[in-house]
Design a binder for this molecule. Structure first.
Ligand code: MN
Ligand code: MN
Length: 466
């Protein structure tokens, strides 16, 4: 090799983006470690299809690992582990830091709601001797993906006598399932000529729940009556009780390895449980951190983070205020000095839909945890856009801990867009950036992620807390 060539090579290595990235940087042992770590995530995901399920499962996990319910006014010491259950739909887990909260906290915030189909307050009706439920979809779904797949019913019904009845129907192997019907291709000639947003109507997502009459009498609505009778026997509910219920239709699928090489994970609700689980595990695994480590699992992200369990609510602010008050510090000082990893997913580059992405700034499966400096749409609308300084801080942390990472933008400029909870935390005067896992087929009933990437997300949250 002549001098000129070696100099080019040397300068390329020194000055240009490193080509060897992602999984190629990992040893066999590290890959095996990631694979093994993912086995527990599969169980978490299968048990966390709705935010209520995720909170219940996470609290059990936290309690098993020494967390107790937070008591306002109680004196806590460094290393103490507490949790706050916000209405069974959002959760805070905190490990008290050596420095207290006067110098700020470390926040990892993920959401545990996922796109799905919710029952309307008056769901049950009968048409042509079939019983069906009326629904209103929750979050951004591609409606056609929810037709002709097996669905389970999860949620709670609050009765007049004050009892709250938990519903979990369709998950057991022996349970029947529910299903939304689809039009046969033979009779879809007209439908297929419509644009996609017109071809599937929100009011057509009616789910089939029964077809046999209660009796052979000549009465109306006997199939509906039969379904109501079964629900009454199983859950003690009447039709009026639907008015005070939250019932959600979710896919019955269990999480599966995907690919001949088992490198990927397919399942329902990776967005955003593939960040929620690493964030909660980081809180569980961190011992006596410098700064108080706070994992928040929030609700309502998919519908705009409104409501008392979403990140536009004050529940996190109040919690930090309480911690600060116990130390004689103003809550807003503790909040202003805090730093946040908004733990949410980004769209993995899909070679089949390459034109939706800008390849140089997309994230890819198996290239590690993805940092999204900004989200939003068209001209960076509706995003907090992390500062160069905070990006630098996170980058140094990842490099120092040998965590495989990449940057990612949500698709091509002006094609669409989306947001996360990052801006709501940044609005509290907290340094915030999105860090999460690349997802293929995001918001589909069966989303795909890489085992390496979710494991790197766990390592990132752990290092951030440590
Ligand atoms: Mn998300
Ligand atoms: Mn989402």
């Amino acid at each position: 090799m002549c001098d000129k060539e070696s100099k080019t090579k040397e300068f390329k290595e020194k000055l240009l983006l490193s080509k060897k990235s992602g999984i190629k940087r990992l040893s066999e042992e590290e890959i095996a470690k990631a694979d093994a770590w993912c086995e527990d995530y599969k169980v978490f995901l299968d048990n966390s299809k709705t935010e209520r399920d995720a909170v219940e499962y996470s609290i059990a996990l936290l309690e098993k690992n020494g967390f107790t319910e937070y008591e306002c006014g109680k004196k806590y010491n460094a290393g103490d582990k507490v949790y706050v259950n916000n209405r069974g739909k959002a959760l805070i887990a905190a490990v008290m830091g050596k420095k207290g909260v006067s110098e700020g906290t470390r926040l990892a915030i993920a959401h545990i709601d996922s796109p799905r189909i919710d029952l309307k307050p008056n769901p049950l009706y009968e048409a042509n001797d079939l019983a069906l439920f009326k629904n209103h979809y929750y979050g951004g779904i591609r409606k056609y993906q929810w037709l002709a797949i097996p669905l389970a019913l999860h949620g709670v019904v609050s009765l007049l006598d004050g009892t709250d009845v938990k519903v979990n129907f369709g998950e057991d192997e022996s349970d029947p399932v529910l299903c939304i019907s689809d039009l046969l291709p033979h009779l879809a000639y007209e439908q297929v000529t419509k644009p996609l947003n017109k071809a599937f109507d929100g009011e057509d997502l009616n789910v089939l729940v029964g077809s046999r009459p209660f009796s052979d009498e000549d009465e109306a609505d006997l199939v509906k009556l039969n379904v109501m009778n079964i629900l009454n026997q199983k859950y003690g509910i009447t039709e009026d009780d639907f008015l005070s219920a939250e019932l959600c239709l979710v896919p019955t699928y269990k999480t599966k390895d995907v690919g001949f090489d088992r490198s990927l994970l397919g399942g329902y609700g990776h967005d955003d449980k593939c960040c929620a689980y690493p964030a909660i595990m980081a809180a569980i695994d961190v011992e006596a951190p410098e700064y108080t480590a706070i994992t928040v699992l929030c609700d309502k992200e998919e519908t705009g983070s409104d409501g008392n369990t979403g990140m536009q609510s004050d529940f996190l602010r109040y919690f930090i205020n309480d911690l600060a008050k116990a130390e004689g510090v103003e809550g807003y000082h503790a909040i202003s000095k805090s730093k946040c990893l908004s733990a949410d997913v980004n769209a993995a580059y899909d070679p089949t839909y390459a034109s939706a992405f800008e390849g140089r700034n997309s994230c890819y499966l198996n290239k590690g945890v993805v940092i999204s400096k900004y989200t939003g749409h068209g001209g960076k609308g509706g995003t907090s856009d992390a500062s160069a300084e905070y990006m630098g801080e996170v980058r140094r942390m990842l490099e120092k801990n040998d965590i495989i990472w990449q940057v990612g933008e949500l698709g091509r400029v002006d094609l669409g867009g989306g947001g996360t909870i990052a801006k709501y935390i940044a609005n509290m005067n907290v340094d915030t950036v999105d860090l999460g896992v690349p997802v293929l087929s995001m918001h589909a009933p069966f989303e795909i992620i890489s085992k390496i990437d979710i494991y790197m997300a766990y390592r990132a949250f752990f290092s951030f807390f440590e």
